[in-house]
Write a protein that binds this ligand. Structure first.
Ligand SMILES: [Zn+2]
Ligand SMILES: [Zn+2]
Length: 274
């Protein structure tokens, strides 16, 4: 294909010519350079192109808005991001510019990951890896793939607390047998909250974060775009990432709402006909 395109460029008369009065005869090396450059780009695109999207906002029902692919482009820096079926970041289109935004709590030094189209909540590991191996020639070894996480339909809303030091599930009293600390002690040292924080406060603390999250989720889906609601979503996501065992239904829902919030800041079109 690259050879044919190079030949067509030559035959068109508009390329391999000189715009000045001086005569120019392209050498064999010139044709090889153009042909091989075309070949590199043609090989590059199937693996490294990213979609450019536009949010179709349903003015009659915001929650039924959806992101539509309207093109694609080669984004060299974004292509450096590895895939995970539980990505820590997502892409958002702003015209021809595509940005990558965090959708999880990313620890200092942790890898930033993106989804190449396959997500643990939507497809089974075998289905995801069938697509990934065909298109990108790798087998995914992310946490959802290694631990066979259930899809969204099979997730429960239960919060299983974990120790943020070692990641082990704590017992019913919030105790980590490995680190000899409680979730409560974890939070006091991590969150700069008062030492007088008691175990009954822990329940209230979780309820408080949850109620702010539910309100933010409702308001954003109703069309509100206050930065405070976005912060409440991020607070919920951060809390789950630090103290709750994955996978978690609320986590996925909070990420989806946060993605919807960011999509509304990007390319969008308002439609009455949806
Ligand atoms: Zn995976
Ligand atoms: Zn621990």
């Amino acid at each position: 294909m690259a050879v044919v395109l190079t030949w067509l460029l030559k035959e068109s008369g508009s390329y391999f010519s000189c715009t000045s009065d001086k005569s120019f005869t392209p050498s064999q090396e010139d044709y090889i350079l153009v042909g091989s450059t075309l070949f590199v780009h043609m090989m590059n695109l199937p693996c490294n192109a990213h979609s450019i999207t536009e949010l179709q906002i349903n003015v009659n029902s915001l929650s039924n808005s959806f992101s539509q692919e309207i093109g694609c482009g080669a984004f060299g820096v974004l292509s450096l991001t590895n895939h995970s079926c539980n990505p820590s970041a997502a892409r958002f289109s702003h015209g021809k510019v595509v940005t990558l935004r965090a959708i999880s709590f990313i620890k200092k030094g942790a890898e930033i990951t993106d989804s190449y189209g396959e997500h643990y909540a939507l497809e089974m590991p075998s289905q995801r890896n069938s697509v990934l191996s065909k298109q990108y020639c790798f087998t995914c070894l992310c946490e959802p793939c290694k631990n066979n996480w259930p899809t969204y339909a099979n997730l429960t809303s239960k919060f299983n607390l974990k120790c943020c030091k070692c990641g082990l599930i704590v017992d019913s009293k919030g105790w980590c047998i490995s680190c000899n600390v409680t979730v409560l002690e974890n939070m006091i040292s991590e969150e700069n909250i008062e030492n007088s924080f008691t175990s009954s406060d822990l329940g209230k603390h979780i309820e408080h974060i949850m109620s702010k999250y539910i309100n933010a989720h409702t308001q954003i889906l109703a069309g509100e775009d206050s930065i405070l609601y976005k912060d409440d979503l991020r607070c919920m996501i951060r809390f789950i990432d630090k103290y709750v065992v994955h996978p978690c239904k609320t986590y996925f829902e909070a990420q989806e709402t946060l993605k919807h919030y960011y999509e509304r800041l990007g390319s969008r079109v308002y439609r009455k006909d949806l």
